[in-house]
Ligand binder design. Structure first.
Ligand code: APR
Length: 230
């Protein structure tokens, strides 16, 4: 049965009210990456970094999945082959729509990570650098998100899925951040048909065989219906 691997980015959650990073008014137009999203920023000013993620955690907790998240969850249930969802998003909207086994390659806002021992736990709505680790007791709490300069999670597993994909779809991502931006090339090498579904052409649009342009909530349900031959 045909395996489908889907990569999602901030664009899929835009219509749920969560801002993207690089669009007009995006998060990186209001904050500097080097102030809030690098290990060096955290070493310099952990309170500031925690405040940034605490705000985003609160926003994400109040967001609801949209028709695109719901369509992908339905695809997972109804497609006879495996459907793997890899997301760069740190929200839980895929899960809220009913998706299973989502791979959060950039971590999750809902989780905290001990910078001392590596233990992870469910984050309270607000966390801070001096919260004690429930495992080792160290006061070295950080958000469980992958910062610039850090290795995304579960890369071996993702590359193995890409090497088996018959279809690869990238949804709502600008293609500006690697390694995710290189997934279409990886999947194409393995013979996958690659489709980009995005509001505008991404930085790596040339790596795809096919494109659907539009908002995720309009385009993704139609693509899913086509895959399911409805
Ligand atoms: N429907 C579909 N696509 C949309 C929509 C929408 N409603 N709104 C915006 N988009 C598209 C934009 O056109 C853009 O190409 O989504 C993309 C969002 O791009 P980015 O803001 O760069 O987000 P993303 O690609 O997920 O960023 C990757 O960068 O800062 C890091 O770690 C962060 O995971 C993030 C990574």
């Amino acid at each position: 049965m045909q395996k489908i691997v889907i990569l999602t980015g901030a664009g899929i959650s835009a219509e749920s009210g969560l801002g993207t990073f690089r669009d007009k008014d995006g998060i990186w137009t209001r904050y500097r990456i080097e102030d809030v999203a690098t290990p060096q920023a955290f070493a310099r000013d952990p309170d500031l970094v925690h405040r940034f993620y605490n705000t985003r955690r609160t926003q994400a907790a109040g967001a609801r999945p949209n028709a695109a998240h719901q369509a992908l969850a339905r695809l997972q249930t109804e497609h006879p082959g495996e459907v793997i969802i890899v997301t760069q998003n740190v929200d839980r909207l895929h899960e809220a729509a009913g998706a299973q086994n989502v791979i959060h390659m950039h971590g999750e806002l809902a989780r905290a990570l001990c910078a001392s021992c590596g233990a992870r736990w469910d984050a309270a709505p607000e966390i801070g650098p001096h919260d004690a680790c429930p495992h080792c007791g160290a006061r070295a709490c950080r958000p469980d998100v992958v910062w610039f300069g850090e290795m995304p999670y579960r890369m071996e597993e993702i590359l193995a899925h890409l090497s088996e994909a018959a279809i690869f779809a990238a949804i709502g991502t600008s293609g500006q951040v690697y390694p995710a931006a290189g997934f279409a090339q990886e999947a194409a090498l393995a013979g996958a048909h690659c489709i980009e579904i995005n509001l505008e052409s991404s930085a790596v649009a040339a790596d795809f065989d096919d494109t659907r342009q539009g908002t995720a909530s309009e385009t993704v349900p139609g693509w899913v219906a086509d895959i399911l031959c409805e």
